[in-house]
Design a protein around this ligand. Sequence first.
Ligand SMILES: [Fe+2]
Ligand SMILES: [Fe+2]
Length: 132
Amino acid sequence: MGLLRWEDRYSVGIAAVDHEHQELIELINRLHDEVTAQRSRDAVIGFFGELFKAISAHFALEERFMGERGYDRLTEHKNEHERLLDEIRDIMEDFEASSRFDERPLADALDAWFSRHFETHDARLHKALGSH
Ligand SMILES: [Fe+2]
Ligand SMILES: [Fe+2]
């Protein structure tokens, strides 16, 4: 079973951007399926690494786009990205300290974050500038 499910409330109102976000969710779910199948400490650490990479890559794309177009809320938007990455880092550190992988907090953090960030920051960005 996937970690995340696409919800209509995630939509920023631009099909191309929604599609990109859906792909990110699919990728996270695929990585999650792999880690569930393997159930090892190394697999979980690998999962966090890949998750972090995929999300950072998406953020970097948005940040480059905002920079190129001189977006007025670039710093604020970028800070929000940093906050999510910090949160994931904290969850990963907890796992490394305890070796127990409770995926609920991660799923909840990602879900809450995706819905909040998509419907506020990303929606405003893409309404102002279109898709990248
Ligand atoms: Fe985005
Ligand atoms: Fe964003």
